[in-house]
Design a protein around this ligand. Structure first.
Ligand code: SF4
Length: 251
């Protein structure tokens, strides 16, 4: 417990431990309220739904049959959407290919594009702290994004980009067969669940990924949490829901 509290501190949830003072803390907005769906600070979490959701992935039988090596090579050479032109590296995904926890984010940012790894920099450090809070080293989870290439100026993914890239992630999910998917951020959650429901309303409920039945828990993106630290307490609740869901799935 002491170790977990240290990890929560690393997430910036010091107030979480001070339960005696919680009554004095600001009330969390109800899911779906303006404060919940729009947040205290402007952010990608609060923007209107993208047109990139509710789009079906094309049939890619070539990708659906690939093993890890062929899949990684295919992604590294991919020119299916315009994002290939501006990338430094593709960002395939990292971690344990037999992981119980699969973390899925939005798309590479500048640092990720330069390093070829998802969730580096400050947002990556916060994600690492979130994983430690559920008892995982980063290497024990698998971490990937909806898109493998960086959108220019970190703009939101466009519908055709998501459609082109989706078979790669679908194949990763099929190969990993995770016990739980943690969708971090609005873009990841909406595209995985094929919905335009705001992230504030997707939180707090266990969803399922397509026909696989793999449970999906949505939470805020670490980059958003860095801008809106009060919502870290909500993210911790999401992590607790994911842990409980994973625990319930075990014999
Ligand atoms: S974002 Fe995905 S579909 Fe587009 S070029 Fe990169 S790997 Fe290919």
């Amino acid at each position: 417990m002491k170790q977990q509290l240290q990890y929560l501190e690393a997430m910036g949830i010091q107030a979480w431990q001070l339960r005696r003072r919680e009554t004095a803390a600001p009330q969390e907005p109800a899911a779906g309220s303006p404060a919940d769906t729009q947040g205290a600070a402007p952010s990608a979490e609060s923007l209107p739904p993208e047109s990139s959701v509710l789009v079906q992935a094309p049939d890619r039988p070539d990708v659906a049959g690939m093993g890890w090596g062929a899949l990684e090579a295919s992604v590294s050479q991919c020119t299916l959407c315009e994002l290939h032109a501006g990338r430094t590296h593709t960002v395939f995904g990292v971690g344990n290919r037999h992981a119980e926890w699969l973390v899925i984010g939005e798309a590479p940012g500048k640092d990720e594009d330069l390093q070829g790894e998802p969730f580096v920099g400050r947002a990556g450090q916060l994600l690492n702290a979130m994983l430690l809070a559920v008892g995982l080293q980063r290497e024990q989870a698998y971490i990937a994004n909806i898109l493998k290439c960086r959108p220019p100026n970190n703009r939101d993914p466009q519908a055709e980009e998501v459609v082109c890239c989706e078979p790669y992630l679908a194949r990763q999910i099929a190969l990993i067969q995770p016990k739980i998917i943690l969708a971090v951020g609005r873009i990841a959650a909406q595209n995985l669940l094929k919905t335009d429901t705001p992230i504030g309303k997707l939180r707090g409920t266990v969803h399922h990924y397509a026909a696989t039945g793999i449970p999906v828990v949505a939470t805020y993106h670490p980059a958003y949490l860095l801008r809106s630290p009060l919502d870290k307490r909500k993210a911790w609740k999401d992590l607790q829901l994911a842990m409980a869901t994973l625990g319930a799935s075990r014999p």
